[in-house]
Design a protein around this ligand. Sequence first.
Ligand code: NAD
Ligand code: ZN
Ligand code: ZN
Length: 439
Amino acid sequence: MSSQTTTMLSARWHPPSYDIRVEDVPIPQIQDPDDAIVKVTLAGLCGSDLHIYRGQLPIDKIHITGHEFIGEVIKLGSNYGPNAAQPASGRPDLYATLNVGDKIVAPFTVNCGECHVCRLGYTGRCPAGALFGSPKLDGGQAQYVRVPKAGGTLYNLSSHTSWSSSINTPGADFENHLKGIADSSLLLLSDILPTGVFAATQLLSHPKMQPVLTGRAWPPGLYSTVANNASMLSEEDRMITIGVIGLGPVGVCATVALLDDLARRDLPYRVVAIDLNESRREKMKKVYETIHPDGKGSKGEFVVQGFEDAKATVAKWTGGVGCTSIMEVVGNNGALTSAYELVRSFGVITSVGVQPPKNVPFTGQQLYDKNISLDFGRCPVRAMFPMAFELLVRRQDVFGKVGTESSLIDRIVGLEEATEMYRAFDKGEVGKVLFDPWK
Ligand SMILES: NC(=O)c1ccc[n+]([C@@H]2O[C@H](COP(=O)([O-])OP(=O)(O)OC[C@H]3O[C@@H](n4cnc5c(N)ncnc54)[C@H](O)[C@@H]3O)[C@@H](O)[C@H]2O)c1
Ligand SMILES: [Zn+2]
Ligand SMILES: [Zn+2]
């Protein structure tokens, strides 16, 4: 940044709704010693931006939009430096190792990395946290962004010593993996890919999924000696039937993560992927065709349908019993109602859709009558990041390209197009859009 430049380009939301303006605003400065200032190289447009865009949330503050970004660190607060993270301080290593010039990816929420909630892995709900692109914290659809608590929040792509996964351990050729991955692909790590992995992981790790996954009848034994755990279920009993509701970019990521997990466990499955919008269904079909067999296994059946057809499919597959579990990736009561209709008794509905400030559309009696488990909420991106990174490396067939029939990312445009891209994304006319604020 030149010393004369004091303003930058940004996309800002104006109340009450449907009003995104591309405006010059002051470049953010360090406000707290834990802050970093990042030059944004790419920012994503996400379904979560649409809830604010549509005026669905009680917000009146003009603010810079966007919570998905990657970029380069250009300034660090005074708490950074080689001596910043002595073991006794309990501070994350990144305070000592992050440098100006490092390439980073930011989770969509700030998290301190040093509190009880963060240590448990529930980083998306850190009490010191904040959501980028909200009234509380300006977002990344801009040329620069301020990152509070950056030492606990960011992932340093220039040096992977601050995080670990099975492919960035010594000798695992991490640098080569990273070299082959485009920035547009890495941007997906700030939200939608970890959120997809989170949705699939919440679903497959739920106790009610254990009978079909392990072949042992309910209840999943807390102790391995429990007698009825020894009874093996038949192949038919173990057929996993899953509905995915909502095939926007997050729904596609969740589906790819789910199929990858099932394939790696070498399990048979039936998945019905559902959206109201035909172009979203077409994209999902193309994505499925593109996934290499190692990412979808050889024992699965996969169909993409509208809701009424899906209902008939599930009834046929399960003799009227219903889906083992449902992933809801929309965030409205219509989708939750569909989830309830499709799920079996003793079923699970996991939802990552950002929900409106309304009651959910089921009575207590309806939940009782089907023994339903509900599992909702925000993705703890920082905690999911290593798994998402590994999936990104494995699934470059889907996540590596831009603008093809089967690629998740539709286009990369300049920030000047923000107003039009919000309109088109809201209407489902485009898929995942990225902004290059320097284009
Ligand atoms: N939990 C998290 O941490 C997290 C993170 C990212 C996104 N999200 C949320 O995930 C949701 C999806 O994000 P996205 O970027 O894919 O959004 P999107 O708006 O592009 O996709 C939503 C899709 O749902 C479809 N849909 C709407 N109503 C439906 C219904 N009744 N039945 C079936 N399909 C229906 C739409 O046609 C659309 O294709 C949003 O609510 C977003 O806010 C949550
Ligand atoms: Zn997002
Ligand atoms: Zn914390």
